[in-house]
Design a protein around this ligand. Structure first.
Ligand code: FES
Length: 163
């Protein structure tokens, strides 16, 4: 599992990130390249690293957040050991995506909008169309796509959690 770096101090921000900022700080289109580098390094873009970048390249933090939220690829939340995404695009939704979400939540004992299992081994996300509509409903498990998934298939991916 990626370490939770949400409390990183500026001193603890990786040398790799500092070098990345240094390399791109005066180039056009730099923000995207820096964000890619950060996500590659940490598995997500921690808020305090975004703040560090904002200060270093003199760009408002809000502009960085705009980019991070515009591109679906970026995330500001740390990944879990196992990452499950259920497609809730129209085709998948109509073919039972919602039932898959409910079953995963039941197995992981997730309440409301909770995304992480209590042991943080699993993270559940609902995503927009991932481009495999012919296989609806679709889920990805650690990036691997599975199509025509039915509720009973979910136990192949996760066991029931009691905590
Ligand atoms: S709607 Fe799910 S893959 Fe397109």
């Amino acid at each position: 599992m990626s370490e939770d770096v949400s409390l990183l101090t500026e001193e603890a921000i990786a040398d790799e990130i500092k070098a990345l900022v240094e390399k791109w700080k005066d180039s056009e289109g730099n923000l995207i390249m820096i964000c890619h580098g950060i996500q590659k390094h940490y598995g997500y873009v921690p808020r305090n690293v975004a703040k560090y970048v904002s200060e270093q390249i003199n760009i408002p933090l809000a502009r960085i957040y705009e980019i991070l939220t515009f591109y679906n690829y970026f995330t500001m939340e740390p990944p879990a050991e196992n990452n499950i995404a259920v497609c809730m695009g129209t085709a998948c939704y109509l073919k039972g995506g919602g039932q898959l979400v409910e079953e995963i939540k039941r197995k992981l004992n997730l309440k409301g909008d909770q995304k992480y299992s209590a042991d943080r081994k699993y993270k559940l996300e609902e995503v927009r169309c991932i481009g495999c509509c012919g296989l609806a409903p679709v889920i990805t498990f650690n990036g691997d796509v599975s199509g025509r998934v039915v509720v009973d298939d979910i136990s192949k991916f996760i066991e029931d959690k009691k905590d």
